[in-house]
Design a protein around this ligand. Sequence first.
Ligand code: MG
Length: 383
Amino acid sequence: MKNIVILGASGSIGLQTLDVIQRHPEKFRCIGLSVKSRVDMISDVLTKNFGWVVCVERSDDALKYSIEFPQHRFVWGEDGLIEVACLKEADTVVNALVGFVGCRPTLAAIEAKKNIALANKETLVSAGKIVMDAIKRNGVSLMPIDSEHSAIAQCLSTHDENINRLILTASGGSFRDKNRLELNHVTLSDALNHPNWTMGAKITIDSATMMNKGLEVIEAHWLFDVPIEKIDVIMHRQSIVHSMVEFDDRAVIAQLGTPDMRIPIQYALSYPQRLKLEIPSLDLVKAHSLTFESVDFDRFPLLRCAYLAGKREDSSAAALNGANEEAVAAFLAGNIRFIDIDTYVVEAFECMTYGQLSSLDDAIAADKMGREWIKKKISGGNV
Ligand code: MG
């Protein structure tokens, strides 16, 4: 029996993790989780279970819900998040938080000797070296919950040496068939309409700019210790081949599956075992054809920035990520247009100055610099 904590339980990955846990009550037990404020999203599971530690953002919510759900203990704020991430009985912490905010609880959980199942890619992008050093020092495991990285981990599960390159596949997101001129007229609801995956808002927007793929290149670099220049991205519209590994003998191993995040979530929890998952089988005849195309870096400039930042291994990736988080939030709030996201973030990336990244504080400072740059740009101030 594995005791599991879920950070970000009311989001898309969090809810699907609860679903996977409920399908295997003999293998997995949830003992704690965090939600920002959407306790309503998990009221069903809270009613059916007891004895969990539940973290919410605000103290008044913690008080309110401890009356509504007296069978659970409610904590709040960043201290509460760290407490739930480090619960003594926890074996694995699923980090499904969105953004750099997930970094500190991840590091706290690692220091508390918890295994990590990571959907929070911004953590590895901004503080990859720090996180990977902590993983090694504490002798815990880090399993990716990202379809591409889970695919690569599965391709490497029987042989993980002599890698020539990693090939990440990219659907291209909501606007893959639009040119940059056409992006001037797209709306928020167009942007949130991903062709293959149902996901949270931030990652869906990141998919549309392909910043998501850029973050994934950097994430793959840290997870698998492969140089950035050996990580390729190709467009694959069907999201069936989730990624591939080419070995030195030019053999290529791929992992295929329906676009259902419960596959990588369950694999991260059950590894090295594989458990049954009652979802429809992949129907390749129905899929009919699988297509692959090169990526146009002029069309998706944030992908180019991510490659550059990934190669530098300094504070630039944290700053780029911070700038992007701020720009996406501004777009979701209706304050800037879709096309402004990459225009502003590319400009920020080219203008900011970077330093070394040797501590979490360096990453926090770089993240802040990126956010501030975008905030000033949007408010019309000098940047
Ligand atoms: Mg992905």
